[in-house]
Design a protein around this ligand. Structure first.
Ligand SMILES: Cc1ncc(COP(=O)(O)O)c(C=O)c1O
Length: 383
């Protein structure tokens, strides 16, 4: 008998199939999936175009180390950098978000010759030792101390704190444009621009972690567009590969010219299978106009949720189809009721925020059903 190490709080469901925004369990029951693989399924589950791209590529070439060029990888890198902010055209491909953050940490140290890293309170950047050092929640960090030295956490959105702490010793500041795990909190207007200016003044790099916000999630291809800010390093993952493990950092020549062979690497990073899936995702986002759809549907969803007459709701926040409903109480019983009674899957963001990360191509009637389910659980008598 084999056992999974019990690192996950299980939801009591075995999922066996998915299509679009719907997943089915092993008893054939259908659920509207607003978890979407923790924000991975931006183009929905098993999109036929992704499936076909993977099938075709699997027959040609699945693995190809970075020491060889590969036609699909070259095409992917070229295509990805059409969408990234101007000047960001050097790519390192990884297999996950945390690996993208690790790469960003290494290249920031390399390019600046400094070690001090500034992250934000409530920030989440992954669980490998470097990324975990930047993640804020003590629950994740404390059992594994000591982590990276020279890391501080400043209050998210607080410009004064940023002024006080970004200095000539700082290698990089890392920030999510919308904190995901930390409660679905968009950065205040002007905040990323201020970080950009301070980093420029002190010779530090600005790393923007768009692992969760990227690929249309917030109603822009990348959330930095809402703040009109260009980072030095952009971290990407989750939706990038349509469900295939994949991640990336994208940076500019100022960082790239420090990088020499041997500085970093990954056996699987940039494999042709993931790159083929990544190309299909970009095609789908364009063909189905999903970035615009996320913006429009997101506004409609926020409006509908803000209109719910529930004293349990403290605040509804979000951007595009990344939405958080902060309650005055713990969310676990509500998530359970959504799942068991309404067949809607939603995830927490901290103890008292319900987070919705549906596929961007979720149908209008499916979103209506989600709102209806939320209305029922949040306005019914106390649990
Ligand atoms: C903003 C952010 N950064 C990094 C990560 C880590 O990504 P992964 O789980 O692929 O390692 C996550 C995952 O939730 C995330 O939301």
């Amino acid at each position: 008998m084999g056992y999974e190490l019990p690192v996950y709080a299980k939801r009591g469901l075995t999922l066996v199939r998915g299509r679009g925004a719907i997943v089915w369990d092993d008893r054939g029951r259908a659920y509207i999936d607003c978890i979407g693989g923790h924000g991975v399924a931006v183009v929905g589950h098993s999109h036929p175009r992704v499936v076909q791209a993977i099938q075709r590529q699997a027959e040609r070439l699945i693995t190809c180390p970075g020491t060889f060029d590969n036609d699909v990888r070259t095409r992917y890198i070229d295509r990805l950098t059409h969408y990234t902010p101007p000047g960001l055209e050097y790519v390192f491909l990884t297999n996950s978000g945390t690996e993208a953050v690790e790469a960003a940490i290494k290249f920031a140290r390399l390019a600046t010759g400094r070690t001090k890293l500034i992250a934000t309170m409530r920030g989440f950047h992954g669980r490998t030792m470097g990324a975990l050092s930047l993640t804020w929640n003590k629950k994740y960090r404390d059992p594994f101390a000591p982590l990276l030295p020279d890391v501080i956490h400043i209050p998210f959105g607080d410009e004064e704190a940023a002024h006080a702490h970004i200095d000539a010793e700082t290698a990089a500041v890392i920030v999510e444009p919308v904190q995901g795990e930390g409660g679905v909190r968009p950065a205040p207007p002007g905040y990323l621009q201020t970080l950009r200016t301070l980093c420029d003044e002190k010779g530090a790099l600005l790393i923007v972690d768009e692992v969760q916000t990227g690929f249309g999630r917030t109603g822009a291809m990348f959330a930095v567009e809402h703040w009109e800010t260009t980072p030095d390093i952009l971290c990407l993952a989750k939706g990038i590969g349509g469900g295939i493990p994949m991640g990336a950092i994208v940076t500019h020549s100022g960082v790239a010219h420090h990088v020499k062979p041997g500085h970093h690497g990954s056996t699987f990073g940039g494999n042709p299978l993931a790159c083929a899936a990544g190309l299909a995702v970009l095609d789908i986002l364009e063909e189905e106009d999903l970035v615009q759809k996320a913006r429009v549907d997101g506004e409609r969803l926020l409006q509908a949720l803000r209109a719910l007459p529930s004293p349990r709701i403290r605040e509804v926040r979000g951007m595009g189809l990344m939405v958080g409903i902060e309650l005055r109480e713990r969310v676990t019983p509500y998530l359970r009721r959504l799942q068991e009674e309404h067949r809607v899957l939603a995830l927490p963001a901290g103890p008292n925020v319900i987070r919705l990360l549906p596929p961007l191509n979720i149908k209008e009637e499916e979103l209506d059903r989600v709102v209806d389910a939320l209305r029922q659980v949040l306005t019914s008598p106390a649990l």
